[in-house]
Every structure is written in structure tokens, then in C-alpha cells.
Design a protein around this ligand. Structure first.
Ligand code: AMP
Length: 393
């Protein structure tokens, strides 16, 4: 696999650097509700500031679909970044217009200008060449640190590095290093733990990773499609019947013995946060029950496999962990992973949120900022933004 330039290889002192970070954070009442991605973006911004670059920062935020939406403006992001960084972050109300021009013109070495939401421009997601050129014209160099968006060929992720000498930022470097390690030479035994709602999203990953892992543990809503394919009654639990044929083939593949499914689950009589939980064996799920978590025997078994592993990748919660009655499985797994000496990588918004909810972040080697991008890398796909960077190496 290829290589790329890093920030230390660019002569950025006194020069303008366009930095594409992933500042796509959840907002609530006009404020940043979770600043994990902003904290993760700070090292690149700080590195460029220390090196005396004029930092022109950009990112997308949400899905405005090419329209200007006041609720998706970058102003709250600029405010929170400034608080976290301890320096002013000038906020431009456009990306390639007069406000950006004015602030970039005024910026001195070490100062930061945050451009408006790149997805307000219809040319961002279509990778329009005029838009990419206009963005590229702001700067002498480009630094890509937006791992979470590296699987999308957009103007600010692929169009700009096609036009400007480009390097990977420190977060991007670390993310690529961790995922390449897992993909190419994981310390063994290597265990993959998957959960979350949709098995259809993760089928390509399951297929391509299963031959490379020592064990694949499956919990979350997605285990019910597998259990249903095996012939178990799963009641009203979430299933995706369109996947049954593929899952049937998977369960009969030569590597199927590496798949570990739950032996017990926690069910609810109705889909309600206050519904009383029942622990049942997988052969005793009631016709009208909702399977909302893995059971304690399964959590213990999964924790034991994690404890015996030397590397673990986890994506997707083990149950509906947002509801207290159904979070025990995810909590047990988070603690097992944090407490294990294995190299631990957690990817995907919900699993990272779970690790933080249960206060286990210190025990994890790498909390990835990219859900989809990490999964695509583990599927063995080449990410377009990484490919664009590799052309400069
Ligand atoms: P995903 O985006 O596919 O990783 O799914 C994450 C979501 O799946 C989280 O909001 C979980 O609460 C939810 N989830 C996990 N397990 C279950 C389950 N057994 N039933 C319903 N939702 C679940």
C-alpha cells in the first residue's frame, strides 16, 4: 500500500495552508453537543500554528445538500474550537466568497480562519472542478486530516489535493496506521466485535474480514438476522429478511466456525425504554418480544474471548445502550475491552459514544473518528482521499 507526505515534509512557515478536518459534530440548541471530533482535530491545527502557517480550516457539517441552512452554520464550531484551543478562531460566513477573502487576507502566521460549511456549496459533494479550484486558490499547501470523510470523493477531500501539494495531518496518519495494522498484520489472536442496528451495512465487511480474523463476535440488533437465518424464533426483534440468503451462505462458509453468536439475549415485551427486561436463552425468545441486548452469559463469553485476544476491533453497540435497561451488554464489553492488554481499536460514532458514556476511554488504544471510513479500509477498499494524498509522495 502507498505512502503520503506528512506535515513535517511541507515548508509551511509563513505560508497559507488549507486544512480539511472532520468537524462534523452533533449540535443541540445552537451549541456543539459532543466535541470529540473537535478535540481530535486540534493536534493538526496546533501543529500548523506552531509551524507558523496561516491556517485556513474547513469541514462539512451535517447534510445541507447544497443549500445555506442557518442551523448548520459553522459559528458554534468556531466558538467551541476557540475555547478548546485557547486562541481566536475567525469564522468566515462563506467558503469561497468575500468574507473568506477578507479574513484570509488579514490572517497572520499562527492564526486560524474557519470557513463556512463546505456542503452549503452544491459543488462540494459533486467534486465540482470550479469549486475545488476556488478552494485550492486560498492556499499554498493542503493538509487532509478528515479521516471520517476520506471515503468520499468530494471537492474538499479529493478535488483540492488534485490541485495543491498535499500532506496527511497527524490524525489521518494515526487512523491510517491503525487500520492498516489491523488489516495487514494484526497481533494474534485478532478478534472483531460487531454490533449495531443494520447487518446489511456490515455484510461486505463481515465477508471480507471473516477469513482474516481468529474470532468474530456478533451482538446488537444485527445478531437477530443471523439467529433468524439459523431458524430461531426472534419475535419482534429487528431483522432484515433481504439479507437471509447471503447470511445463509455465510453461515455455511468454511470460516463460519469463527463466528460467535449470542447464546442468551435481553428482551422487552414492547419497544419502550421503561419496559421490564427479561434474560432469555436464544431458543426461548417469545413471539412478541423485542431483543434489545445480548444476555449476561453472552457478555461473559464475549469478554473472555476479548481477554484472550492480542488485538480487537469493535464497531457497533451490543444493544440499545441508550436505554438503561438494555445497556448492560455494551457496558460489560466496553469494560472488558478497556481492561484487556490487547491492542484495542473502536470505530463508529455509537461505539465511541458508548466507550465514553461508560468512562472507558483511557483503556482504549485508538478511538477512531471515522465510522464508515474505517469499515471501508478494513474491507480492503482504497479510500479516494488517501489515494489523492498518495499522488504527492
Ligand atoms: P448502527 O448505526 O448500525 O451501528 O446502529 C447503532 C444503533 O443500533 C444504536 O442506536 C443502538 O441503540 C441500536 N441497536 C443496537 N442493538 C439494537 C437492538 N437489539 N435493537 C434495536 N436497536 C439496537
Amino acid at each position: 500500500m502507498g505512502t503520503f507526505l506528512t506535515v513535517s515534509e511541507l515548508p509551511v512557515a509563513g505560508r497559507k495552508v488549507l486544512l480539511r478536518s472532520d468537524l462534523n459534530v452533533p449540535l443541540r440548541n445552537g451549541e456543539v453537543a459532543d466535541d470529540f471530533r473537535l478535540r481530535s482535530a486540534l493536534p493538526a491545527i496546533n501543529l500548523l500554528r506552531e509551524k507558523g502557517a496561516q491556517v485556513i480550516l474547513c469541514s462539512h457539517l451535517g447534510r445541507p445538500k447544497g443549500c445555506v441552512l442557518d442551523e448548520l452554520r459553522m459559528a458554534p464550531v468556531a466558538a467551541r474550537l476557540s475555547e478548546l484551543g485557547g486562541y481566536p478562531v475567525a469564522y468566515a460566513t462563506d467558503t469561497v466568497g468575500t468574507d473568506a477573502a477578507r479574513l484570509i487576507e488579514q490572517a497572520r502566521p499562527g492564526e486560524v480562519v474557519l470557513l463556512e460549511n463546505t456542503r452549503f456549496h452544491p459543488g462540494e459533494t459533486s467534486n465540482d472542478s470550479d469549486y475545488a479550484s476556488e478552494l485550492a486558490e486560498w492556499a499554498d499547501f493542503f493538509v487532509l486530516d478528515a479521516f471520517g470523510t476520506a471515503h468520499r470523493a468530494h471537492a474538499s477531500t479529493v478535488g483540492v489535493p488534485d490541485r495543491l501539494r498535499s500532506a496527511a495531518g497527524p490524525l489521518m496518519e494515526r487512523e491510517i496506521e491503525m487500520f492498516r495494522l489491523l488489516l495487514e498484520d494484526p497481533p494474534r489472536p485478532f478478534t472483531v466485535l460487531l454490533g449495531g442496528a443494520k447487518i446489511s451495512d456490515k455484510l461486505p465487511l463481515i465477508r471480507s474480514l471473516l477469513p482474516k480474523v481468529d474470532a468474530m463476535l456478533i451482538g446488537g440488533g444485527m445478531c437477530f438476522s443471523l439467529l433468524a437465518t439459523e431458524g430461531y424464533e426472534v419475535g419482534d426483534s429487528m431483522v432484515e429478511p433481504d439479507c437471509f440468503n447471503s447470511l445463509h451462505d455465510l453461515l455455511r462458509s468454511t470460516e463460519a466456525d469463527r463466528l460467535v453468536l449470542p447464546s442468551d439475549v435481553v428482551t422487552a415485551p414492547e419497544l419502550d425504554a421503561t419496559a421490564p427486561p427479561s434474560v432469555v436463552n436464544i431458543s426461548a425468545i417469545q413471539e412478541e418480544a423485542w431483543g434489545l441486548d445480548i444476555g449476561p452469559a453472552t457478555a461473559k463469553q464475549f469478554a473472555a474471548v476479548i481477554g484472550g485476544s492480542r488485538s480487537v476491533f469493535w464497531n457497533g453497540p451490543m444493544g440499545l445502550f441508550e436505554w438503561e435497561n438494555y445497556q448492560a451488554g455494551t457496558r460489560t464489553i466496553a469494560a472488558a475491552l478497556a481492561g484487556s492488554p490487547a491492542l484495542s481499536v473502536v470505530g463508529g460514532g455509537d461505539s465511541v459514544a458508548a466507550i465514553r458514556l461508560f468512562g472507558q476511554e483511557n483503556g482504549i488504544d485508538h478511538l477512531s473518528t471515522g465510522g464508515g471510513a474505517g469499515l471501508k479500509m478494513l474491507e480492503g477498499q482504497t479510500l479516494p482521499a488517501i489515494e489523492a494524498l498518495e499522488r504527492w509522495a
